[in-house]
Structure formats: C-alpha cells, structure tokens
Design a protein around this ligand. Structure first.
Ligand code: PLP
Length: 500
C-alpha cells in the first residue's frame, strides 16, 4: 500500500467533475466574465501555502468551481487576437491522455513512434524535402533558437571552429539577417546564441511588408567586405504581424550565391503550403537549410507544440548534444548515428528511440507528436486545406468589405489569414486623429462584442488586426467585426451617446 497522500486513481470520478465544468466553459457565453470577476476569484485563489491536505475531492471541486470558469477564452469563436488558438477536441483529449499514458516522449511506445511519424507528416504537408530531421519543442520561439543554433554551428564550422564545443571566438562578429517585420524571437535567439540582439540586421520591407531583396544583398555584401560572418538569412513564411510571405526564391538565390544558411520562419504560415493555390507563395522554401512550423497555431493542437526541421542533423546535434550523460547511455540510436552505449537487460531503457534530447534544449519533455498525429488523422490533409482556405477567405472577405465601404480602409492585401483595417472618418482628420479614433473603436469592440481582434501598426498607421487561425470562428464573427467597427466609428464621430 502506498503512503503517498496524492490520489493516483479515481481518474474517471475526477474527470467527471472537471468535464462538467468544461462543458459549461465551452459555451463561451461571456468572454469578459473572468476578467470582470477577477476580484472575486483572485481572492479565493491567492492563498498562502497550505499546510493541511484539502484532499482530492476538495481540490478537484475547487478547481472545477473557481479555476476553469475563470480561464482565458483563447479558443472562443470570436477570439481572433493571438496567433495561437485553443485545441480542437481530439487534440485536447490527446494532451490529457498523453499525460497519463506516456508522460515522456522517449522509449519504445506508440507515443514515441508518433513523434517520428507526425514529424514526417508535418514536413510533407509543409512541402519540405524528404529526409529532413525534425524535433518538437515548446513553440516557435524555442524552435527558432534550435534552428539558428544549427546555423551558427555550420557558419563557424566552415571556418574550422566548433562553437558548440569551444564557444564563440572573441575576434569574429557574426550576424543574422531578418526583415524588420520578423518575429522578435529572432532577436532573442540571437541574444541566446551569443550574437547579441544587435547581431540581427533588420532588412527593410516593401509596401506589402515583404523583405526587400536588394537591400538584403547590400547589407550582406557590406558585411562580407568588413569581415563579418553571416550566420543565416531568415525568410518569413507568413509574418506574425500581417501574414506577409517574403520572396523566398529570390532570398534563396542570394543565400546560395553567398553560401549562407537559409532559415524559414514558418511558425504561423508554413502549413498553408499544403493548399495548392497558396503553395506558389512558398516556392523556394524547399531550398532552405532549416524551417520552423508551429502546430499550436494553424493545426490547433493546443499551446506547447512547435517544430524545428534541419537538412543536416549534425549541426543541430553538435550545438545541443548533452553527451555524455551516463544515466541516458542505455541504447537507442543517437541522432548522429554514433554508438549509444551499453545495452542493459531491462525493457524500456534498451530502446530509447531517437535522442531528441541531443537535438534540442529539453531532456524531459511530453510527447507532442501525438497531438499533430491526432489532428491530421482526424481531418487529413484535405481537412487542413479546408480550414486554411476558410481562414484566408475570412481575411479577404473583411478586406473586400472594407475596400467597398466609404468609411473603412484596408491597410494590407492579405496573403494569408490576417487582415488589417481602420475606420476612416469623413472630412480631413490628421493621421494622429485617425489613429486615436481607431484605438477608441478597438477598445469598445472588446468591451461591447464577443469579438477580440488585436491591433498593429502598418506603414506607420494604427490598424485593427484580426488573425484568423481559430477553427471555431465563423463568418458571422468576420461580418460582426466589420459592423461593429462601422457602428462604433459612426457613433464616435457623430457624437452620439456611447454605450461605454
Ligand atoms: C508565433 C510566431 C513565432 C513565435 O512562436 P511561439 O510559438 O509563440 O513561441 C515565431 N515566428 C513567427 C513567424 C510566429 O508567427
């Protein structure tokens, strides 16, 4: 008999209580409720460390009553702010089940196999070349560090330096190139990798927010002339801000010409390569050396799932290997193909599986491939095409309506599923006044509707920005946003009484 005080059984009984609360949550009946009631639940939850046991039943009851109903409604149909979204049902169930049936990604198990299978599926879906090595991590930010770590290894290896083993030499300045619209995780990756945030050359973009290829080559040539070491060029396969896809083929030409590593940041957009009519946008991405794609975005696996791919696993391995760790040297193929230690008599440790721990920063990690697998198993390639087409259609629909309306103005022509627009009052307001008005409109959209876009700045102008990534969003939420913006803009400019 165990003396541990935590209940390790009663899964069915506990799940029933949790599920009842979740069913209610999934109505998304009032998005603003948790924030409005904060005073109430924060007081209940923000308690000192308990000395005594509340017991399983009480803890679960309190969780169902005070925590779940006050969550963050990222999965709500009108939530079009973040570019991550809530999981659909199969993925949520897989996440729950994985915690019980396979808490680690290693060792011979169906979950472990699905890491590999799903990485292969995802690569194929995104149009990556056959034979690339993938590894999951927590999301695009980490996935970018991994890919750019491999790029750094390769750049220095070409100068005979093993950075993973010996560290950065003091006399070499090494830099990355990324458009000014790139995700800020690129700067952070540069900081983590010892290049410094200042080691990212911000390449200007054109009016469509796409990297300016001529400017890229100028910066690169100037650096080469000055003895600076180019580590990688980052091309966006869908920027987070507006969904712009950089001219990847032209960038790949430059990378090839100068022998520089090409990295595709497709955290958001790369799955759209599986849609035949969108695939040409991504042409050339198969020429890269590394890629990032986030299943927790368009695949809606639930947050905590990003993928890195590299053409050559050796550079990734040389950067992130944790060899030697004797407690792990128990078998299985190391990613570099080297011998994997002695083989003990036991069952599981004999077959460790792929050493993802040597290709990323995590040793202990949950299986994530199962989330990707279950989504793709459920809806297939065609299902994902349908979702992406629908979302891109939403962004275009909103843009078309805005273009035709006398007091609306689209600020981008969507390439993917992000739109950006603003209310444009009649008369001759200054740009600052238009910005101010749209800020006020957006605040009221949040307060008065169940639609949650965010804002951005496009070519200096404040824009209301919905990102359509959420499988629960319907066309009513798209039209609802347009109508709300018009109504609120009209109210605010005619001085009619405001609702708040
Ligand atoms: C979302 C995003 C990231 C960061 O991914 P996280 O999963 O949020 O860490 C990086 N790059 C791009 C282009 C993104 O859209």
């Amino acid at each position: 008999m165990t003396i541990d005080p935590a209940e390790a059984g009663q899964t069915t009984e506990g799940a029933a209580v949790v599920l009842a609360s979740l069913e209610n949550w999934l109505n998304y009946s009032d998005l603003t409720e948790p924030a409005r009631r904060r005073r109430q639940w924060a007081k209940l939850l923000d308690q000192p460390l308990p000395l005594d046991s509340a017991g399983f039943d009480s803890a679960i009851a309190e969780f169902a009553e005070n925590v779940i109903p006050n969550g963050l409604p990222v999965g709500a149909p009108g939530f079009n702010g973040f570019i991550t979204t809530g999981p659909t049902t199969s993925a949520a169930l897989a996440q729950f089940a994985a915690a019980i049936a396979s808490p680690q990604r290693y060792g011979v198990s169906a979950f472990n196999l699905l890491e590999e299978v799903s990485l292969r599926w995802l690569a194929e879906l995104c149009g990556l070349p056959a034979g690339v090595q993938g590894v999951y991590s927590t999301g695009g930010s980490t996935a970018n560090v991994l890919a750019l770590g491999a790029a750094r290894q390769a750049a220095f290896a070409a100068r005979g330096i093993d950075v993973g083993r010996d560290g950065l030499p003091g006399d070499v300045r090494a830099v990355l190139y990324a458009s000014s619209e790139s995700h800020h995780s690129i700067q952070r990756a540069a900081a983590v990798l010892g290049l410094g945030r200042g080691g990212v050359r911000a390449v200007p973009v054109d009016n469509a927010q796409r990297l300016d290829v001529a400017a890229l080559e100028q910066l690169l040539l100037a650096d080469l002339a000055a003895g600076v070491l180019p580590v990688a060029i980052v091309a966006n396969a869908g920027t987070t801000n507006t969904g712009a896809v950089d001219p990847i083929n032209a960038i790949a030409d430059i990378a090839l010409r100068h022998g520089v590593w090409l990295h595709i940041d497709g955290a958001f957009g790369l799955p759209a390569a599986c849609v035949p009519e969108l695939a040409p946008l991504f042409a050339g991405s198969e020429r890269a050396q590394s890629w990032v794609v986030d299943p927790h975005k368009w695949l809606a696996t639930g947050v905590g799932c990003g993928a890195t791919y590299v053409r050559d696993a050796q550079f990734l391995h040389d950067t992130f290997t944790q060899t030697p760790a004797f407690y792990l040297a128990a078998g299985g193929a190391r990613a570099d193909g080297s011998a994997a230690g002695h083989e003990p008599a036991g069952w599981a440790f004999k077959d460790f599986g792929v050493h993802y721990d040597d290709l990323s920063m995590e040793l202990s990690a949950p299986p994530r491939g199962v989330l990707v697998w279950i989504v793709l198993r459920e809806i297939g390639r065609l299902g994902l095409q349908l979702r992406i087409r629908q979302h891109v259609g939403f962004a275009r629909r909103l843009t078309d309506i805005a273009r035709r309306h006398p007091r609306l103005e689209p600020l981008i022509d969507p390439e993917l599923s992000i739109a950006a627009l603003r209310y444009r009052p009649t008369g001759h307001p200054t740009e600052a006044e238009v910005d101010e008005l749209n800020r006020a409109i957006l605040t009221r959209v949040w307060q008065q509707t169940d639609i949650y876009p965010t804002s951005t700045i496009v070519n200096g102008a404040f824009a209301i920005r919905p990102a359509y990534i959420n499988p629960r969003t319907t066309v009513e939420h798209v039209d609802g946003l347009v109508h709300a913006i018009i109504r609120l803009g009209d109210e605010l400019t005619t001085g009619a009484p405001l609702q708040s």
